[in-house]
Design a protein around this ligand. Structure first.
Ligand code: 5GP
Ligand code: ZN
Length: 139
């Protein structure tokens, strides 16, 4: 067994507050509780993050999101929810076992602010970049 904290949670070696489990995935309350009900959804199989996921594992894992999100919303009466996934340290990943955050939102003062900086669009550059990315998409 590796040193991964989420693998240890899957194996039951570290306790967690489980909200959903099946043979492929586990969802449990995030210890930080950014807002009440903050939940993590993880594949049971260890993979570093989405950048290293095979399509099959992604399909399985992400397919569970809507029903867990709905259950979380019902249970907490959240008004909305941010569903967030961090990949690599620069993007805020601190645990290197893939996970998806479900963060219920209650009001504007619940302490969360996600901002996307806007840049003046350069449509020629956008076109080139889109083509470059499209060229890299695996068959
Ligand atoms: P990241 O920053 O990698 O996207 O998110 C990792 C999350 O895992 C953090 O929000 C952190 O609070 C949570 N976390 C770290 N260790 C544990 C733990 O032992 N138990 C639970 N339930 N959550 C943890
Ligand atoms: Zn792991």
């Amino acid at each position: 067994m590796n040193d991964c904290i989420f693998c240890k949670i899957v194996a039951g070696e570290i306790p967690s507050s489980k909200v959903y489990e099946d043979d492929q995935v586990l969802a449990f309350l995030d210890i930080s509780q950014t807002t009440p009900g903050h939940t993590l959804l993880i594949p049971k199989r260890h993979v570093r993050n989405v950048l290293e996921m095979e399509a099959d594992l992604a399909s399985t894992t992400f397919s569970r999101l809507p029903k867990i999100a709905r259950a979380l919303q019902k249970a907490t009466n959240a008004v909305g929810m941010n569903i967030i996934n961090n990949n690599e340290e620069i993007a805020g990943q601190t645990v290197f076992h893939a996970h998806i955050h479900l963060v219920p939102r209650y009001d504007e003062k619940d302490g969360i602010k996600i901002e996307y900086t806007e840049h003046e669009p350069d449509f020629e550059a956008l076109g080139k970049l889109a083509a470059q990315i499209a060229n890299e998409v695996e068959a």
